[in-house]
Design a protein around this ligand. Structure first.
Ligand code: HEM
Length: 152
C-alpha cells in the first residue's frame, strides 16, 4: 500500500516537472537574440549573410589566400561561415560545423594568412558602414579564433 502511494506520488511529481518544463520552453523564445548581442546590433542574420557574401568576394579576389579555397564548395563555405559568425556573435542558432581547430588543421595556415582574412573581414564591415566600436568587437571575436585556426 505504502509502496503504491509512493509510486503515485513520484508519478505526479514527474508530470508536474514536465508541465513546468514545457511552460518554460514556450515562455523563452529560442529564435530571438539578446538585443545587446553583436548579432542583434549588426542587424541580425540578414546583415551577417550580406557581410559574409561581400567578405568572400574580397577573399576570392586576394591572390595571397584564394588558393586555399580552390577546391572548396563555396556555397557550403558561405553558409557555414554565416552560421559560425551568427553563433559567435550571440545569435540564437547554434553552429553545427566542424570546430575551428579541426577545420583548419590540414591547411597549415600562417599568421599572414590569418591577418589577410581578418583584414578582409574588417574592410567588409567598413564598406557596410558599421561603426568603429562594433567593428572592434567583431574583430575581437575573430581574434579569439586565431590560435585554433593556426593550430597553435
Ligand atoms: C577569423 C578566422 C576564421 C574563421 C572564423 C573561419 C571560419 C571557418 C568555418 C566556419 C569553416 C567551416 C568549417 C566546416 O567545414 O564545418 C571554415 C573552413 C575553412 N576555412 Fe576558415 N576561418 C577563419 C580563418 C581562415 C583562414 C585564415 C583561412 C585561409 C586563408 C581559412 C580557410 C578555410 C578553408 C579553406 C576552409 C574549408 C576547409 C574544408 O572544407 O576542407 N579560414 N572556416
Amino acid at each position: 500500500m505504502l509502496h503504491q502511494a509512493k509510486r503515485k506520488r513520484s508519478l505526479y511529481s514527474l508530470i508536474f516537472a514536465g508541465i513546468i518544463l514545457s511552460v518554460g520552453c514556450v515562455g523563452t523564445k529560442q529564435t530571438e537574440a539578446d538585443p545587446n548581442s553583436i548579432y542583434a546590433r549588426l542587424g541580425g542574420q540578414p546583415a551577417i549573410d550580406a557581410a559574409v557574401e561581400l567578405f568572400y568576394k574580397r577573399v576570392l579576389a586576394d591572390k595571397s589566400v584564394n588558393h586555399y579555397f580552390e577546391d572548396i564548395d563555396m556555397d557550403k563555405q558561405r553558409s557555414k561561415q554565416k552560421q559560425f559568425l551568427a553563433a559567435a556573435f550571440g545569435g540564437p542558432v547554434p553552429y553545427r560545423g566542424k570546430n575551428m581547430r579541426k577545420a583548419h588543421a590540414p591547411l597549415d595556415l600562417k599568421e599572414s594568412d590569418f591577418n589577410a582574412i581578418a583584414g578582409h573581414l574588417q574592410a567588409t564591415l567598413r564598406e557596410l558602414k558599421i561603426n568603429d566600436k562594433l567593428i572592434g568587437e567583431v574583430m575581437a571575436v575573430a581574434a579569439s579564433t586565431k590560435d585554433d585556426v593556426l593550430n597553435k
